[in-house]
Design a protein around this ligand. Structure first.
Ligand code: UD1
Length: 340
C-alpha cells in the first residue's frame, strides 16, 4: 500500500507520516519546502527507523504533477496537506492562497479522477463554520461566508472535491475539519516550527515561556464566555494523525457511506484562552507573562466539536488531555531551542 502525503514535512503531515510508517504503510512524501525543512525527514527516521521516499515537488507546477503520477502509478491513497495556512497573509495576498491551495488541489484531482480507484483525504478546517449558532458544532452546521481567503480556500476546496465525487464514483474522499491542532510527538523529534512571530496561541505561549517573546497578548476578555476569553477545541497533533490513518483505512476498506464524507476532528471540549494559559502553567511548572489586550479581528467567540460522527461512524476518539498536549508542545520548544 503506497500512500502519498503532500506537505508531508509540515507540522501535521510529518506526524501523519510517522503514524503511517509505524503501521507499515509505504509512504512517499512530496513537499516544496516552503514552510518546512529536510531535517524533518531525519526526525521521522529517528522515530520510526524508516525513511519515507521523498521528492521535492511543487504542486503548483501542473506538468510536474502529471509527471509525478506517471512515475508513481501504484499510489493507493493520497493525504493532502500541502497548502498555505496563515490567515493574515491570505488577506494580504489572496491570489497566492488561491494558487497555493486551489490550483494544486485541481491538479491533484485531475490525476486522481482517471485512476481506476482513488482514495483522498483532504485537510479542512473548523474555520468553515465561522461562529456557529449551536455548540458543540456538528458536521451539519451551515458553512458560513469565509472570514479570510485562507478560510475560503478550505470551503471551495471541499466544494471542488464534492463536485468531482458527484461524477466520479471511483474517487472516494474524506474531508477532515480540524479544530485547533497543538502539541508534538512525545519524542520531541518532530513538532511545529512556525516561521517568524507565531500567530497561533500555543506556539506563542511556548515561545514566551522560553524567553523568545516578552509577553503573550490575550486577545479580548469581553467575550460572552465563562471568563471572558474566547473558546477553542485544542487537539493533540498525534490524535489528529491517528484520525487521518483511520479515515484512510475507512476508504481503503470500502466502509464509507458515500464517496465524499466530512468529519469534525476535535476533542469535543472547549477551553478558554485563560484556561489554556493556566493548564500550560500547571503542566510545565512555568509561569507565563501575559496581558489582556483588545480582541483580534476575525476571531469567533467559541468553537468546539461535536464528536459523535468521528467517534461512532469513523471510529476515532481523541486520547490526549489539554495538559498532555501543552506539555508536549513545551518539551518540543525546549528541544528546538537547545539546538540553536
Ligand atoms: C486560526 C485560524 C484558523 C486556522 C487555525 C489553524 C484565525 C482567525 N483563525 O484559528 O482559520 O484554521 O488558526 O491553526 O486566525 N490568541 C491569543 N493570543 C495570541 C494568539 C491567539 O489570545 O497570541 C487567542 C485567539 O484570539 C483565539 C485562540 O487564542 O481565541 C486561538 O487562536 P489561534 O491559535 O490563532 O487559532 P484560531 O484563531 O482558532
Amino acid at each position: 500500500m503506497k500512500i502519498l502525503v503532500t506537505g508531508g514535512l509540515g507540522f501535521i503531515g510529518s506526524h501523519v507520516v510517522v503514524e503511517l510508517l509505524e503501521r507499515d504503510y509505504e509512504v512517499i512524501v512530496i513537499d516544496n519546502l516552503s514552510n518546512s525543512s529536510l531535517e524533518v525527514l531525519e526526525g521521522i527516521h529517528a522515530i520510526t527507523g524508516k525513511k519515507p521516499e521523498f521528492e521535492k515537488l511543487d504542486l503548483r507546477d501542473k506538468s510536474d504533477v502529471q509527471d509525478f503520477f506517471k512515475r508513481h502509478a501504484a499510489i493507493t491513497g493520497v493525504i493532502h496537506f500541502a497548502a498555505s495556512k496563515a490567515v493574515g497573509e491570505s488577506v494580504e495576498n489572496p491570489l497566492l492562497y488561491y494558487e497555493n491551495n486551489l490550483n494544486t488541489l485541481v491538479y491533484l484531482l485531475q490525476e486522481l479522477q482517471d485512476l481506476p480507484q482513488a482514495h483522498f483525504i483532504f485537510s479542512s478546517s473548523c474555520t468553515v463554520y465561522g461562529q456557529a449558532e449551536q455548540l458543540p458544532i456538528t458536521e451539519t452546521a451551515p458553512v458560513q461566508p469565509a472570514a479570510s481567503p485562507y478560510g475560503n480556500t478550505k470551503q471551495i476546496g471541499e466544494e471542488i472535491i464534492q463536485d468531482v465525487c458527484n461524477i466520479k464514483p471511483t474517487l472516494q474522499a474524506i474531508a477532515l475539519r480540524y479544530f485547533n491542532p497543538i502539541g508534538a510527538h512525545h519524542s520531541s523529534l518532530i513538532g511545529e516550527l512556525p516561521l517568524g512571530t507565531p500567530q497561533n496561541l500555543v506556539p506563542y505561549i511556548t515561545q514566551t515561556a522560553i524567553g523568545l517573546r516578552e509577553q503573550l497578548s490575550v486577545y479580548g476578555d469581553d467575550y460572552p464566555t465563562r471568563d471572558g476569553t474566547a473558546i477553542r477545541d485544542y487537539i493533540h497533533v498525534m490524535d489528529l494523525a491517528t484520525a487521518h490513518v483511520v479515515a484512510l483505512e475507512r476508504l481503503l476498506n470500502h466502509k464509507a457511506a458515500t464517496n465524499f464524507e466530512t468529519f469534525n476532528i476535535g476533542t469535543g471540549t472547549g477551553s478558554t484562552v485563560l484556561e489554556v494559559v493556566h493548564a500550560f502553567e500547571k503542566a510545565t511548572g512555568e509561569s507565563l507573562n501575559y496581558k489582556i489586550v483588545a480582541r483580534r479581528e476575525g476571531d469567533v467567540t467559541a468553537a468546539y466539536a461535536h464528536t459523535a460522527q468521528a467517534n461512532d461512524v469513523l471510529g476515532w476518539k481523541a486520547q490526549y488531555s489539554l495538559e498532555e498536549s501543552l506539555a508536549s508542545a513545551w518539551e518540543w520548544e525546549k528541544k528546538v531551542r537547545s539546538k540553536e
